[in-house]
Design a protein around this ligand. Structure first.
Ligand code: FES
Length: 108
């Protein structure tokens, strides 16, 4: 069971997830890493889930075309990824900057 650590503003938030999970999908159904993960579109377009990979990068595939387009070469070279594009199999540690941002609540 992969252990996930999210660093933000000097705090570390930890939780376990099932292997082969996507962090944005989990947050979308209000499971950890909710409410500690910033994300919006879940489709690699908005860049809100941009994260610096602190540990666990070796399990990740090469960046896909969405990550290349949204992040650009410089951010990728600095170790940033779009976590909405990733499935996690092993322990994983990321850092996000700024306040947590998420999709707006739907009005009834
Ligand atoms: S949530 Fe929009 S790019 Fe990942």
């Amino acid at each position: 069971m992969p252990k996930i650590t999210i660093h933000r503003d000097g705090e570390a938030h930890q939780g376990d997830i099932a292997a082969d999970s996507n962090l944005v999908v989990l947050a979308g159904i209000r499971k950890f890493p909710y409410p500690h993960l910033s994300y919006m579109c879940g489709m690699g377009k908005c860049g809100t889930c941009k994260s610096r990979i602190v540990a666990g990068a070796e399990q990740l595939p090469e960046p896909n075309w969405r990550e290349k387009k949204t992040l650009g070469d410089e951010a990728l070279a600095e170790g940033y990824r779009l976590v909405c594009q990733l499935r996690i199999f092993e322990d994983f540690e990321i850092e996000q900057e700024g306040p947590v941002r998420g999709p707006r609540k739907r009005m009834p």
